[in-house]
Design a protein. Structure first.
Length: 334
């Protein structure tokens, strides 16, 4: 058998996937006649028909299915090699393309980009903010900051930080709620997911049916609404870190809804980029900055809230000193 013309194999794979010569031509940016000619050339070289013609569709027959099983892994490997070459070319220019959630970009990442640029002026970052999960390799991204379980096929995932959800409100709301118990929050205008709020109230021992005044598909918008005193928000501590430190928002309870692991924050990237210097720099910088954020919100939470009279007061779930005493008592009882 003469050697198979290799340029016909990607076309064969696309025809098999689309089941239509015209659709395959559009995907490959070829003419319909060029695709038909490549298929005829391949079948002529093999001496067998690879498809059965059925009305407007063509369907793999047994010979075609056998050929696809044999060549598809090799074609996938070639595709991976081409993407790796593209990544290596981008590495020479020291520029990363990173996909990131809009809320994380707005509330945490962008305020810190000045520090990144000061430390790594030779490494540019192109940020793509989207709530959709993109195919990193197919679309030319080097990394992504995602929420999920950490399981994404073909990608390495590193968990970034444990960030529970905490109730926060504007300084005006905090003044109004100082010294109140958790029941008081149930009568406040609440922002966000009803199920998340109901889980948080369950931690306080209350069964509350929540009807928020507004829900959001983006946590950044919800935080902005809370800052404008539109209601109380239950948000990830990391997203509220800067607002807590600057007292634009106040944490209203010592109780936090633990991260359930289903939507934890992850840094994900192709395995072959693990040792790429720009990505290694980004990885180290992210973990350092996240640890600074964790310390900052811990310090903000420990600072006493002042009433208009200037005296320290407890939050809705009681004073922090009582909470710590209760924790110590439980520890002694173990």
């Amino acid at each position: 058998m003469a050697r198979i013309p290799l340029q016909t194999l990607p076309t064969f794979r696309t025809i098999a996937r689309t089941g239509n010569l015209r659709a395959a031509a559009e995907e490959l940016h070829l003419t319909h006649s060029a695709v038909s000619q490549q298929l005829r050339q391949l079948e002529s070289q093999l001496g067998v028909q690879l498809f059965d013609r059925r009305a407007q569709r063509i369907v793999l027959n047994a010979a075609g299915a056998a050929l696809l099983r044999a060549v598809e892994p090799a074609l996938d490997q070639i595709d991976d090699g081409l993407r790796s070459a593209a990544a290596a070319a981008a590495a020479a220019h020291q520029r990363m393309r990173v996909s990131v959630l809009p809320s994380f970009a707005q509330r945490w990442l962008l305020p810190r980009m000045g520090d990144w640029h000061a430390r790594h002026p030779d490494i540019g970052i192109e940020l793509h903010a989207s709530q959709q999960i993109v195919d990193l390799q197919r679309e030319g991204f080097h990394a992504a900051l995602r929420q999920g379980t950490g399981q994404w096929r073909g990608l390495h995932a590193e968990r970034l930080i444990h960030s529970p959800r905490v109730p926060v409100g504007s300084p005006q709301a905090a003044q109004r709620l100082l010294g109140a118990d958790a029941q008081a929050l149930a009568h406040e205008p609440l922002l966000g997911s009803p199920s998340m709020w109901e889980r948080w109230f369950a931690l306080t021992g209350l069964r509350v049916r929540v009807n928020p005044v507004a829900t959001f598909n983006d946590a950044g918008l919800m935080l902005q609404a809370a800052e404008q005193n539109l209601g109380i928000a239950l948000v990830r501590e990391v997203l509220a870190a800067d607002a807590l430190r600057e007292r634009r928002l106040i944490r209203l309870s010592t109780l936090a809804l633990p991260e359930d692991g289903v939507d934890a924050y992850w840094l994900v990237y192709p395995e072959n980029l693990h040792d790429w210097a720009p990505l290694a720099a980004l990885r180290g910088w992210l973990f350092e900055q996240l640890e600074r954020s964790r310390r900052a919100w811990a310090e903000a939470d420990a600072s006493p809230i002042k009433t208009s009279a200037g005296t320290a007061a407890a939050g809705p779930t009681g004073s922090r000193s009582r909470a710590r005493s209760a924790t110590r008592a439980r520890d002694r009882g173990r």
